[in-house]
Design a protein around this ligand. Structure first.
Ligand SMILES: [Zn+2]
Length: 67
């Protein structure tokens, strides 16, 4: 499994300002207010977990090729 404390760049859909949040933080608090435009963004931690899992699998496959 990947590290849930890794910070991800989450872009605000309103102003594109990126906020760094970890999966653990998203799980704990799935909505946050953008510091720039105050827009409330609802995040689905499961979605990020799924995407991260996919990325991790791709990385592993890539490393296998170089062995
Ligand atoms: Zn914003």
């Amino acid at each position: 499994m990947f590290d849930k404390s890794v910070k991800l760049d989450i872009p605000c859909p309103e102003c594109n300002h990126t906020v760094k949040l970890s999966i653990r933080e998203i799980e704990r608090n799935p909505s946050y207010a953008c510091p720039r435009c105050q827009n409330t963004i609802n995040l689905d931690a499961r979605k990020f977990t799924k995407e991260l899992g996919k990325a991790e699998k791709q990385l592993k496959d890539m490393f296998k090729k170089f062995k």
